[in-house]
Design a protein around this ligand. Structure first.
Ligand code: URP
Ligand code: ZN
Length: 456
């Protein structure tokens, strides 16, 4: 074997046990006692997790007259430092363009820069007959999930969403929906602006949780009618979760993602002094505090299936301030690709809200399963890629901007010190992070063709 990870406690979504892990040619080839190889990495007293899978990122995304601050190099380096070894980024169709062009364009940006493996979803912005016909080919190219926005000016209408769901159902594609009713958001926004309410604190008031609940319910009903599975991205509130639970109780395949920001930060952040509230402007927005414990309960009870980041960072100076006089011009999005796994471990496992196996399931196994990457990614098993994280449960790290590697000038979690952090990160058997050192070159990650959706 090329490498043996020795003496660690392996944690998967199902099991926790002590064993060595043997790696050859980038794969796990043995799990057992007293393994020997050319190089030994000591994992004694540490956990060994599967590399985490972030199912929701937006690197280099052109959005709201600017571009997300992390490119495919800085973003994937930051992901790796935080224990994530696979991302699934959203390629975005242009108006008049095809989905194939979107995927090709995204690969041209990503392939030379990525340092971890990545897959793609594709966001449908301009639905036409030829785009519906293209869905089958896109799934065959290994891009087996499509995003439909209901929230922004380029949103899909209900009749369009239904057609995407019907085609996706036939082709093995999973439809990911951003559930906010954009028509109602527009109405509320123009009312607020007319009243001179232009600061960041009005952003969450322009898109209250009722608008998310309605859109989640509507998307679930359309998915039922289409007989298709549905993946609700970045769910934030109790009403929307109840809508998804109702659909599940009726036997529908409705899957739910949330993100650390919705588990840890609340609407009061928008009242920070001056323009500071702009740091938290994203869609959906942060919610009233009662929702946070509802989401944690949803994670623990199995009502929420995955934790992604929706990583879409914009600098406070030079980007967020585009909306100093009008909250609708503040680029929407938050950095999070590096902090997701440590935050979920610290706030979830250390605080007794979820078990360590459930933690692995939420950040690695379930995103891999839902998006056609399991068991290549998301678990520790013979035959799986050797994407592994040696986790020091005692290492304490304040999540300040100086300690993080994302290419953005602020951290939303300045006041949080986590306990538990990656010490070593391996991607396909290669050590890419060793404590504070990053060890591989741009382009060492690979594009991952994903299998069609197949979760029952
Ligand atoms: O505010 C957000 N979420 N920005 C990223 C784009 C999206 O809606 O996913
Ligand atoms: Zn997103």
């Amino acid at each position: 074997m090329d490498i043996v990870l020795k003496g660690g406690t392996i944690v998967t979504a199902k099991e926790t046990y002590r064993a060595d892990v043997g790696i050859r040619d980038g794969r796990i080839v043995a799990i057992g006692e007293d393994l020997a190889g050319q190089r030994t990495l000591n994992a004694d007293g540490r956990f060994v997790f599967p590399g985490a899978v972030d199912p929701h990122t937006h690197l280099e995304l052109q959005f709201m007259d600017t571009v997300a601050a992390d490119d495919f190099y800085t973003g994937t380096v930051a992901a790796a430092f935080g224990g994530t070894t696979t991302i699934i980024d959203y390629a975005e169709q242009s108006k008049g363009g095809t989905l194939t062009e979107a995927v090709q364009g995204w690969r041209a940006k990503a392939d030379p820069k990525v340092v971890i493996d990545y897959g793609l979803h594709v966001s449908i912005i301009d639905l036409r007959e030829d785009v519906l016909d293209e869905l089958k080919d896109i799934v065959k190219q290994g891009v087996s999930s499509f995003k439909c926005y209901l929230a922004y000016p380029d949103r899909l209408r209900d009749d369009e969403l239904l057609q995407v769901m019907q085609r996706a159902g036939e082709t093995g594609g999973l439809v990911n929906v951003h559930c906010e009713n954009g028509w109602l958001v527009d109405l509320m926004t123009s009312k607020l602006l007319k009243e001179g309410k232009t600061g960041p604190r009005w952003h969450p008031r322009s898109r209250p949780s009722a608008f998310e609940e309605e859109a989640t319910q509507r998307a679930s009903i359309l998915a039922r009618f289409a007989g298709a599975p549905l993946y609700v991205v970045h769910l934030t509130c109790e009403g929307a979760l109840e809508a998804a639970k109702r659909a599940r109780r009726a036997g529908q395949r409705v899957f739910v993602e949330t993100c650390p920001q919705y588990l840890l930060l609340d609407i009061e952040r928008y009242d920070e002094p001056g323009f500071e509230g702009a740091k938290y402007v994203m869609s959906p927005p942060l919610r009233e505090r009662a929702n946070l414990e509802t989401l944690w309960r949803g994670l623990a009870l199995g009502d929420i299936d995955s934790v992604g980041t929706d990583h879409c960072p914009f600098n406070f100076v030079g980007q967020k301030d585009l909306g100093r006089d009008d909250f609708t011009l503040i680029p929407n999005g938050l950095p999070g690709i590096e902090t997701r796994v440590p935050l979920l471990y610290h706030e979830g496992v250390n605080k007794g809200r979820i078990t360590i196996n459930r933690f692995v399931e939420l950040v690695a196994a379930n995103p891999a399963r839902l998006f056609g990457l399991y068991p290549q990614k998301g678990t520790i098993a013979v035959g799986s890629d050797a994407d592994l994280v040696v986790w020091d449960p005692n290492k304490r790290v304040p999540l300040t901007v100086e300690n993080l590697h994302m290419n953005v000038d602020y951290s939303p979690y300045e006041d949080i010190t986590v306990q538990g952090y990656p010490e070593l990160v391996l991607s396909r058997g290669q050590v890419i992070v060793e404590n504070d050192r990053f060890l591989v070159k741009p382009g060492s990650g690979r594009f991952l063709p994903r299998k069609p959706f197949s979760v029952l």
